[in-house]
Design a protein around this ligand. Structure first.
Ligand code: NAP
Ligand code: ZN
Ligand code: ZN
Length: 359
């Protein structure tokens, strides 16, 4: 028998939601399911503000279901564990990223690639098979299956570790998959935002030479001195771009808006690979000639599976990698979104959820 929404979601929850395409967020009362046998419940401590949250609240991808509670860079304290969950206990710290479910029977799921399941359940804005909608981490608590919670290595600052749950895995996974990890090779990171600055840190930990390719000359000093990049290239300077042609083995493109790809492909050496992780709302174009002459490849990648997400967390624990964050209160979220739209953040806003969310 089909359950009523009240039966499916009997526990009260509170967060901030956007209610229309203005993307403006405001307080929102909703409800969540009770903790099931395979679930853990987290009291949310911190949640990063990913550019995907901004695309989603403004319906830039055309698939937003309002009201939407965004947030998929979640760190929380475990408050309940299901009877089948042996490896988390109340009081543990856990992370939740972009996924909270998948079919678990397809080839992707069976290969620990839940992120490529044809029926993924995203942390927010997904319709669950029972008809309810998922709500994300700009909220007081969340209930997720154990499979979708990861351990946060000891020693990482929790607020700064939150962005690893999306930005971290989104750049780590393609670097592993496309073999962008050979020490001494040259990686270009396009866009020095949330994803980009974590890519610089992970790239350096793999032993790569890293060049930031940016539209913002003002970010140069920090990119080199603060983040450890080896070089900085202003993508709007055609002379400098020309000088850098044929020098890079790999490029990771994190840009959130439509931008020309040809000048980036020109930076690649023979057999170079450009991997897209940014998700502009409109198509990008490429001339076949620029790929063929140089045997270059363009690929893509979306977040990562849960096993690899844990591997990435452990890698970041080992190398002491976290995001550079600006910690903000919940009621700053609309200003933060405006600033994010203008690339005015160094380099990730994180909401201090536990200390600033009041009902
Ligand atoms: P972000 O913090 O806003 O960073 C994006 C950066 O792109 C900006 O800081 C800026 O860097 C550059 N940029 C912005 N507008 C540009 C333009 N018009 N032309 C050229 N460069 C521009 O965003 P984010 O959170 O890192 O996310 C980046 C993109 O990845 C978003 O589209 C997001 O939805 C997507 N994403 C994808 C996945 C996935 O699984 N593949 C996961 C998370 C996010 P400079 O100032 O250095 O130029
Ligand atoms: Zn994200
Ligand atoms: Zn599946």
């Amino acid at each position: 028998m089909v359950k009523s929404p009240e039966e499916e979601h009997p526990r009260k929850a509170f967060g901030w939601a956007a209610k229309d395409t203005s993307g403006v967020l405001s307080p929102f009362n909703f409800s969540r399911r009770t903790n099931g046998a395979d679930d853990v419940t987290l009291k949310i401590l911190y949640c990063g503000i990913c550019h995907s949250d901004l695309h989603a609240v403004r319906n830039e991808w055309g698939n937003t279901i309002y009201p939407i509670v965004p947030g998929h860079e979640i760190i929380g304290a475990v408050t309940e564990v299901g009877t089948n969950v042996a490896d988390f206990k109340v009081g543990d710290i856990a992370g939740v990223g972009c996924l909270v479910g998948a079919c678990h029977t397809c080839e992707s799921c069976e290969s620990d690639l839940e992120n490529y399941c044809p029926q993924p359940i995203l942390t927010y804005n997904s319709v669950v098979p029972n008809g309810t909608i998922t709500y994300g981490g700009y909220s007081d608590h969340i209930v997720v299956p154990r499979r979708y919670a990861v351990r946060v290595p000891e020693g990482l600052l929790l607020a700064a570790a939150a962005p690893l749950l999306c930005a971290g895995i989104t750049v780590y996974s393609p670097m592993k998959h496309y073999g962008m990890t050979e020490p001494g090779r040259h990686l270009g990171v396009v866009g020095l935002g949330g994803l980009g600055h974590v890519a610089v840190k992970i790239g350096k930990a793999f032993g790569l030479k890293v060049t930031v390719i940016s539209t913002s000359p003002a970010k140069e000093k920090e990119a080199i001195q603060g983040l450890g990049a080896d070089a900085f290239l202003v993508s709007r300077d055609p002379e400098k771009m020309k000088d850098a042609a044929n020098t890079m083995d790999y490029i990771l493109d994190t840009v959130s808006a439509v931008h020309p790809l040809e000048p980036l492909v020109a930076l690649l050496k023979l057999n170079g690979k450009l991997v897209m992780v940014g998700l502009p709302d409109k198509p990008l174009s490429i001339n076949a000639f620029s790929l063929l002459f140089g045997r270059k490849a363009v690929g893509g990648s979306v977040i990562g599976g849960m096993k690899e997400t844990q591997e990435m967390m452990d890698f970041c624990g080992k190398h002491n990698i976290t995001a550079d964050v600006e910690l903000v209160s919940m009621d700053y979220v609309n200003t933060a979104m405006h600033r994010l739209a203008k690339a005015d953040v160094k380099y990730r806003f994180v909401i201090d959820v536990a200390n600033s969310l009041s009902n």
